[in-house]
Structures are given as C-alpha cells and as structure tokens.
Design a protein around this ligand. Structure first.
Ligand code: E4P
Length: 234
C-alpha cells in the first residue's frame, strides 16, 4: 500500500471516501489513494442500482490502477445477527477480492458482531466512533481499522483531534494492532490536522482533493515561468 511517513515515523495513507465511480477513478488515476471507504449514505447518493453490482464496479476501478487495496463496505441493518449475515454475504460475493473490510458501527451488540466476524478471519473497519473509549473497545475486539469521525465529534462539542491523538498514543504502545482512520472530513485543514494528530489513514471526500494541491502562489509562479520563457523564445 502506498504510504509516506510523517515526522513521527507513522505511515500516512489517504483513502477515497466515495462510492462514485468517476470520482474514484479520477483519484486513482493520479496515484495517491491507498483505499476506498463507502457507507450506506454515500452509496445512496448514486443512481439506484444493484448494490453488489455497484461494489463490483468499484473493485474494477481499483484494480484498473493496481493491486487490491482496502475497500470498506458497511452493513445496513441495526440487527446484530443480520449484520453477521450481511457481512458473510459480502465476503462470499467478493471472495476474490483480498482487501475487503466490513464496516460495523461501534456498539455493545456490535462488539459481538465484530468478534464473530474476526473469528472467521473477516477484516473489520469499526465505524462511527466518536470517542476514545469507543475506539479502544473496537480495537480490543479485534477491528483492523477504527474509524473516528472528526467532523461529527466537533459537532457534538468535543476536541476531535485531541481524541485522535489520545487514541494514537494508546495504540502506539503496541497494545492493539488496529489502524486509525479519520473520517467525516469537512475542510482541507482537517486532513492536515488528522495526520498531525497521528491518523494512519485519512478518508477524504473527493471534492477536497483538487483543493489539497491548489495554491494561488503556485498558479502565479507557473504563469510567470511560462510567460518569461515564451517572451524569450520570441
Ligand atoms: C468514513 O468512513 C465515513 O464514510 C465518512 O467519513 C462519514 O462522515 P460524514 O457522514 O460525517 O461525512
């Protein structure tokens, strides 16, 4: 998986937080993403279609640009037994895809779901975590990824990046092997702050990607270089 180290020796990865095929392809063709996250609301923004066929199309786009990379697909029920059944059906349907992660929201019954699925070797992204305690419990139950939703944490009045930092400090002790995904990104500063706080992965809505590389001074200097050289060539 493509990753850089931040100043603290932590690998940094960006995932695409989308189920839109064009957005995913526009991102992957630029080489920087290491994975894709979806959720039921994100999928519901797409034109109505067969859900599994759509996930298959996402897999095809990812594979067009390299090896299998983590793709998170979320259960869409609140019943724990149904969660297990849905997760198993996703795993069966996409058994040829080595990097499928089942998103299970954090919760008391959901810890049972996570434990059941992990015992069967199914990879888990425990999602909708809003607190340090939730993240730690998700990790202790065996989640491979733990997703902290910084935008929504801030909406409820807490210091989202302090929670990311505390979670990372605890995970770094080596107590759990889980990686932290920071999601619920609301503006580009969230991406910077997430990495600075120790996120292993930031999952970003694609509308922010062009903004992450845009800078008016860059535009100005590129224009200057091209103009100066064109005048000299004349
Ligand atoms: C992460 O995996 C989620 O898909 C996402 O970031 C949810 O955030 P939001 O619904 O607050 O935008």
């Amino acid at each position: 998986m493509k990753s850089l180290m931040n100043g603290k020796g932590i690998p940094m990865k960006i995932f695409v937080d989308s189920a839109n095929l064009e957005e995913i392809e526009e991102s992957f063709k630029r080489g920087f993403p290491s994975g894709v996250t979806t959720n039921p609301s994100i999928l519901a923004r797409e034109e109505k279609c067969d859900f599994k066929e759509h996930i298959r199309k996402i897999i095809d786009v990812i594979r067009k640009y390299g090896p299998d990379r983590p793709l998170s697909v979320e259960v869409f029920t609140v019943d724990p037994k149904e969660m297990v059944a849905q997760a198993e059906s996703f795993v069966e349907e996409f058994s040829d895809y080595s990097e499928l992660y089942i998103k299970v929201p954090i919760g008391w019954d959901e810890l049972w779901v996570i434990h059941q699925l992990r015992q069967k070797g199914i990879k888990i992204n425990c999602t909708c975590c809003m607190s340090y305690n939730q993240a730690v419990m998700a990790a202790l139950a065996g989640s491979n990824f733990v997703s902290l939703f910084v935008g929504r944490i801030r909406d409820s009045g807490y210091d989202a990046f302090e929670i990311v930092k505390q979670t990372k400090d605890t995970f770094r002790e080596g107590a759990v092997p889980s990686e932290i995904i920071v999601g619920s990104i609301r503006h580009i500063m969230d991406v910077n702050q997430a990495f600075q706080a120790g996120a292993d992965i930031v999952t970003v809505p694609p509308k922010f990607f062009p903004q992450l590389v845009k800078n008016l001074k860059t535009d100005e200097v590129v224009h200057q270089f091209v103009t100066d050289f064109a005048n000299w060539l004349r």
